[in-house]
Design a protein around this ligand. Structure first.
Ligand code: GDP
Length: 526
């Protein structure tokens, strides 16, 4: 059947990394392989740097780039590849977390000199929570980095996942000679080339074969044999099943900028990575192969240009076939909606599409009906789960600076937080607390409130460390907690109570004193 065939050939994933590890470079090389671009340097840096507030339009310009590269689709060996891009900037981490809810797997890029960095650990936490299969690419092997075995140990320890190398580097830094593919038993020799795809493969039946010495110096051959024997001895044989159930992460070595080790990574990825399968809705599991269309919104991008005040909602198709101009059921609003201009990014171009399949992400033009987390179906009352909010790290109270514009301020704050720019909590009915993961968001909100809603505000910093969603197993204790702690309790957008912990220590005390209350790290719990 057509639907099954289209599902099987689709791979929807994200490349994630700590900034500067090489995510953009790797993305670009994938696009080169896919023929989506012809030369290196074509992918713009999707980087948002912190700039002064006055330079806000610069941020927006950069943000515009990040939208253009939000989803990149291409075809390779009969497979349809959808790369969902994530902003590298830490302040946009929330955006990245949400994008991770829309992928079927992830490639994690590590810099071999720096090893596991702060942002890597956080991103991995989100992957673990959702049991997303992860492939690790250790990049920059042309530089003098840490030794491979040490890096593997660090990965296991800091990322809390078992690893299994599938390629192995021969030498490193100045002496980087190539990678040996333990999966296909082929040798790929290093020939720095930043712009073209080279085909320098040597097939080897046996790593003990003396022929190896024809290609690489004897000392490296000995080392390689020793390493491979060690690795085979230390690590369990690779199991696709364990990878797909997120118990083990295969590891590849290479150098993205030199186009090295990328083919091994891409081709193995396309063979083993999961295609869209099923997704949990509050009511039931929804299989990708179901005839009826369903999907959800995971990102909204507003155009800041005052002359084009439109928004694009990024919609991930979970089952069935999405069709242009067909009416769909918006389950939160109980409304029928149809879309005349759904778009998709193929390579670098934005195209109007007639239909889209499970795993695809399309852009829907929106004039205010769609919110992050919204579900569209062909009529069934479904609500997809797995698009949670995570605790913000910076909290500020909104102070109105223009009493005549309080309605505009309220509307602006509500709409911007619905777009996912930040999270809004309400305390005592009218105190508005905005939570973000970065300072940059406050600049964005202030600017947009002023320019789009004509409202002026200040932000007063609050000394909260985390927001935790609370539920009560012991009703009496729960109610007492809500009453006693009312100065540090607010309501989230769904009117669910949230506890603002002032420190880790305060949180532990609360946990100890109120064992009948459960503190949740994300907004979704069963
Ligand atoms: P991102 O922030 O993760 O997207 O990282 P980029 O792809 O922008 O790369 C950061 C820097 O590392 C850039 O200057 C790249 O040219 C460089 N880089 C990427 N891959 C390699 C590599 O394999 N070797 C070396 N030496 N540098 C690399």
């Amino acid at each position: 059947m057509n639907l099954d065939k289209e599902i099987q050939r689709r791979k929807t994933f994200a490349i994630i990394s700590h900034p500067d590890a090489g995510k953009t470079t790797l993305t670009e090389k994938f696009l080169l392989f896919g023929g989506a671009i012809q030369t290196a340097g074509a992918v713009k840096q999707n980087k948002i740097r912190k700039t002064a507030t006055s330079d806000f339009m610069e941020i927006e310009k950069q943000r515009g780039i990040s939208v253009a590269t939000s989803v990149m689709g291409f075809e390779y060996n009969g497979k349809r590849v959808n790369i969902l891009d994530t902003p590298g900037h830490k302040d946009f981490a929330e955006d990245t977390y949400r994008t991770l809810t829309a992928v079927d797997s992830v490639i994690l890029v590590i810099d071999c000199v720096k090893g596991v960095e702060e942002q890597t650990e956080k991103l991995m936490q989100v992957c673990r929570m959702r049991r997303t299969p992860v492939i690790i690419f250790i990049n920059k092997m042309d530089r003098e980095g840490r030794i491979p075995l040490e890096l593997l140990d660090e990965l296991e320890e800091k990322l809390q996942i078992s690893v299994r190398p599938l390629t192995w580097p021969i030498g490193q830094g100045m002496n980087f000679k190539g990678v040996y593919n333990m999966y296909t038993r082929t040798l790929n020799l290093f020939e720095p080339d930043q712009t073209r795809i080279t085909d320098n493969y040597i097939e080897l039946q046996d790593i003990q074969s003396p022929e190896l010495e024809r290609w690489i110096p004897t000392s490296y051959v000995d080392q390689l044999r020793e390493d491979v024997e060690l690795v085979d001895g230390v690590y369990e044989p690779f199991s696709e099943e364990e990878y797909r159930t997120a118990q083990i992460a295969p590891v590849f070595f290479g150098s993205a900028i030199n186009n090295f080790g990328i083919r091994e990574l891409l081709e193995t990825f396309l063979t083993i990575a999961p295609s869209p399968h099923e997704r949990e809705a509050a009511q039931r599991m929804v299989r990708a192969s179901e005839e009826q269309m369903s999907g959800f919104v995971f990102k909204i991008h507003a155009n800041l240009d005052p002359n084009h005040r439109d928004r694009t909602a990024f919609f991930k198709i979970c089952s069935g076939v999405f069709q242009r101009n067909k009416f769909y059921h918006h389950t939160r609003l109980g409304k029928k909606l149809r879309f005349a201009n759904p778009t998709q990014f193929m390579a670098r171009e934005k195209n109007l599409i007639e239909d889209a399949w499970p795993g695809d992400v399309i852009g829907l033009y929106d004039n205010g009906n769609l919110k992050i987390g919204d579900t569209l179906t062909e009529g069934e009352e479904l609500q997809f789960r797995g698009i949670p909010s995570f605790s913000p790290e910076i909290f500020k109270e909104v102070i109105n600076r223009d009493p005549f514009k309080s309605k505009q301020l309220e509307k602006g704050v509500r709409q911007l937080t619905e777009e996912g720019v930040a999270q809004l909590f309400i305390q005592h009915g009218n105190r508005r607390i905005i939570g973000t993961v970065g300072e940059l968001q406050f600049d964005v909100i202030r600017f947009r409130l002023e320019h789009e809603y004509g409202a002026k505000c200040d932000f007063m910093p609050l000394r909260f460390y985390k927001a935790l969603w609370i539920t009560g197993e012991d009703q009496e204790q729960y109610e007492e907690f809500l009453k006693r702690k009312s100065s540090v309790i607010g309501l989230d957008k769904e009117d669910h109570p949230v506890f603002f912990a002032e420190s880790e220590w305060m949180l532990n005390i609360a946990r100890e004193n109120y064992p009948g209350v459960t503190f949740h790290e994300t907004s979704e719990f069963k």
